[in-house]
Design a protein around this ligand. Structure first.
Ligand code: FS2
Ligand code: SF4
Length: 541
């Protein structure tokens, strides 16, 4: 196997024996093959569109779910990945019959699934592209598209689609098979991926706020109640909504974990009295926290850590998520999922063990921040707020990520952190206080709500009458882990944001030349020590 798509890749180079995430070589091989057939069907859909023919939303959804399935920590279940390969090959066969001619299609578009899949997988993985710069750009684009797929899927389950985003996603995916494209072509396609990243996040923002209202300032309980509970993790708000509806009157409470925390900020979820609070921290703490939760856990997306036997029977998956031996709750877009088995399971479990008490505050997505705009602008004008520090992104296991806790602690008291994604758990429980009533950690929501941070930056640019987004007093110090962070990064680059610091390490999939392009054109940099970075960002004062 060879995989280097996430920040925790072995030795900052690539996982070759088994994934640091727990992915085994046989699963890695089927994920490679799933990406390959997704590229193949995308070449066919792109050719169909070029002939003026339509591609159904069902096919768009098949492709996005395929890519989502291969995101880090989403799906470890070989059988379900193989089933997706088969379904894709079947759909592709039908689409091929609608094309006027197939002469210019790449091999991936024509492969019919014959032969040994393990052997086939060996020939189509990351290393099948020999030139390291082309490989680097192809993978950078593919990982961005994986992130975009996840965001599209979340919008799709709320019955919002953007055919332009899907058409681009498939065109870009098929372009990664095109040997005639140069490094410059692929750099341009990388930026275009960022453009559609913005569209995808805007679509999801519209889907979430239309369905559930605009996030608002909310205090979220981090303690526990006395009833048995179900813990919901991942990012899918529609799944959470269905579970909340089905748990009414059952005596079972619902808690969020990790990236599901921001669900509490939406007005629509506040009506559920059994939606008690958030339990625990970021995804990588789940081994301890799922144990002590005592009740069943529903993983709606990544990030799954291979479960311990002690709670494996309490772990359920749905959507793109999967783990062998854990029950998967089925349900297509627009269908009602049946969570009764989880609810019945919860009734037999003890209430969660309390691991902390108190509250955390969040809900600072764009509408809420705009409502506070006068206060924020006044604080900037008076000098009470001197800098905003965007610290969004992902959390992870690496000890080096303690940097972000220490960085947050060391910030000057007139700096405000803007965050989104699970990176927040590195500092959202620190007593960082507020500036004239504005908390020093403003949490917009999930990683996709980084879109909100960009919208807020653009609004501030307008209010202050600036020509360039980079003239704002905003520092970008982003933590990344998986591929959704890649699309967020590309979206920020597309919006013209420069000098983003990315850590705790730069992606292994950036070849030295591609990294140079990003450094030269966008001022991308890594992180240093907290002390050095404080000097870099704030000078000696
Ligand atoms: Fe955190 Fe994991 Fe949100 Fe990432 S919970 S690293 O999926 O997308 O962020
Ligand atoms: Fe390794 Fe990350 Fe790939 Fe898992 S997803 S195999 S940890 S690079």
């Amino acid at each position: 196997m060879f995989c280097y798509q996430c920040q925790e890749t072995a030795g900052c180079k690539g996982c070759t024996i088994a994934g640091v995430c727990g992915k085994k070589p046989d699963v890695a091989a089927m994920q490679d093959l799933l990406v390959y057939v997704s590229k193949g069907i995308s070449a066919v859909t792109t050719a169909l569109r070029n002939e003026g023919k339509t591609v159904t939303a069902k096919i768009n959804h098949l492709i996005t779910l395929n890519l989502f399935t291969t995101i880090t920590n989403a799906n470890f279940d070989k059988e379900s990945i193989e089933a997706r390969i088969r379904a894709t090959l079947d759909a592709k066969k039908e689409l091929l019959s609608k094309l006027s001619h197939t002469a210019n299609l790449p091999e991936a578009a024509l492969w019919d699934g014959s032969g040994n899949w393990e052997e086939k997988a060996k020939t189509v993985g990351v290393l099948s592209t020999e030139n390291e710069d082309i490989r680097s750009l192809r993978e950078l684009i593919t990982y961005g598209l994986k992130g975009l797929s996840a965001y599209s899927k979340h919008a799709n389950v709320l019955l919002q689609d953007d055919e332009e985003v899907d058409a681009f996603l498939q065109r870009a995916l098929s372009a990664t098979l095109d040997d005639t494209l140069s490094v410059d072509d692929l750099v341009a396609l990388t930026l275009e991926t960022g453009k559609y990243g913005v569209s995808g996040m805007a679509l999801l923002d519209k889907a979430n706020t239309t369905a559930y209202g605009n996030p608002e300032i909310t205090k979220v309980n981090i303690g526990v109640g006395k009833n048995p509970g179900i813990l919901v993790s991942g990012h899918d708000l529609r799944d959470l909504e269905m579970l909340l509806e089905q748990t009414q009157g059952t005596g079972v409470d619902v808690y969020t974990h990790s990236e599901m925390l921001p669900a509490h900020y939406y007005p629509a979820f506040k009506k559920y009295a059994n939606f008690v609070g958030n339990y625990g921290n970021a995804w990588w703490k789940q081994k301890e926290e799922f144990e002590s939760f005592n009740g069943p856990i529903l993983m709606t997306t990544n990030c799954i850590v291979p479960p311990k036997d002690s709670y494996k029977d309490r772990l359920y998956t749905t959507g793109a998520a999967g783990y062998p031996g854990c029950k998967h709750i089925p349900g297509e877009i627009g269908e009602q999922k049946d969570f009764s088995v989880i609810i019945e399971h919860a009734k037999k479990c003890a209430a969660p063990t309390e691991i902390e008490t108190g509250e955390i505050i969040g809900g600072f997505a764009h509408a809420q921040v705009f409502a506070l705009a006068d206060k924020v602008v006044e604080a900037v004008k008076s000098g009470a707020i001197k800098k905003f520090v965007v610290m969004g992104g992902c959390d992870g296991r690496a000890k080096s990520r303690d940097y972000y806790t220490e960085f947050a602690k060391a910030l000057p008291k007139d700096a405000v952190i803007l965050t989104a994604g699970c990176a927040k758990y590195k500092y959202n429980k620190l007593p960082l206080g507020d500036i004239g009533g504005i908390p020093r950690v403003l949490d917009a929501g999930q990683c996709n709500d980084s879109y909100s941070l960009a919208v807020i930056a653009l609004k501030l640019k307008e209010i202050f009458g600036l020509d360039d987004i980079n003239d704002l007093p905003i520092i970008y110090n982003i933590a990344w882990y998986e591929q959704k962070a890649v699309i967020v990064l590309l979206a920020l680059l597309y919006l013209g944001v420069k000098n983003i610091h990315l850590g705790p390490t730069l992606p292994a999939f950036l070849s030295p030349n591609v990294a140079n392009v990003l450094v030269k054109n966008f001022g991308i940099a890594g992180i240093g020590t907290v002390e050095d970075d404080m000097k870099l960002f704030f000078g000696d004062n």
